[in-house]
Write a protein that binds this ligand. Structure first.
Ligand SMILES: [Zn+2]
Length: 106
């Protein structure tokens, strides 16, 4: 007796649409209580994201192929820079707290 279903194609990396990443940014911004002036997604060479002091957020398009957990950490990190400019103990604690409280799997 054979009951063979063809195997489903397995995507090596699962990419999400730009719209989803932007929606995630806005959802996190609302939770954190910040309002980025603009959100841009483009290829970046040396980092996942940046946030300018005037509230312009830029995220690496490579994030679209990253797991939800990584996306959440990068988004929270950049958005928190709208509140705290540095990477001090408080900053790192807040990133951890937000991602743990609201992040994927929470
Ligand atoms: Zn940073």
């Amino acid at each position: 007796m054979t009951d063979e279903t063809p195997p489903l194609p397995v995507a090596l990396e699962e990419t999400v649409p730009v719209e989803l990443l932007k929606a995630e940014v806005h959802a996190w911004a609302a939770r954190i209580g910040v309002a980025p002036k603009s959100v841009h997604i483009r290829p970046m060479t040396r980092k996942w994201g940046s946030c300018s002091s005037n509230g312009r957020l830029t995220l690496d398009s490579g994030l679209l192929a990253q797991p939800a957990q990584v996306r959440a950490e990068v988004i929270v990190h950049e958005l928190l820079h709208l509140k705290l400019p540095n990477h001090g103990k408080l900053f790192r604690g807040l990133v951890r707290a937000y991602v743990t409280q609201y992040g994927p799997g929470a």
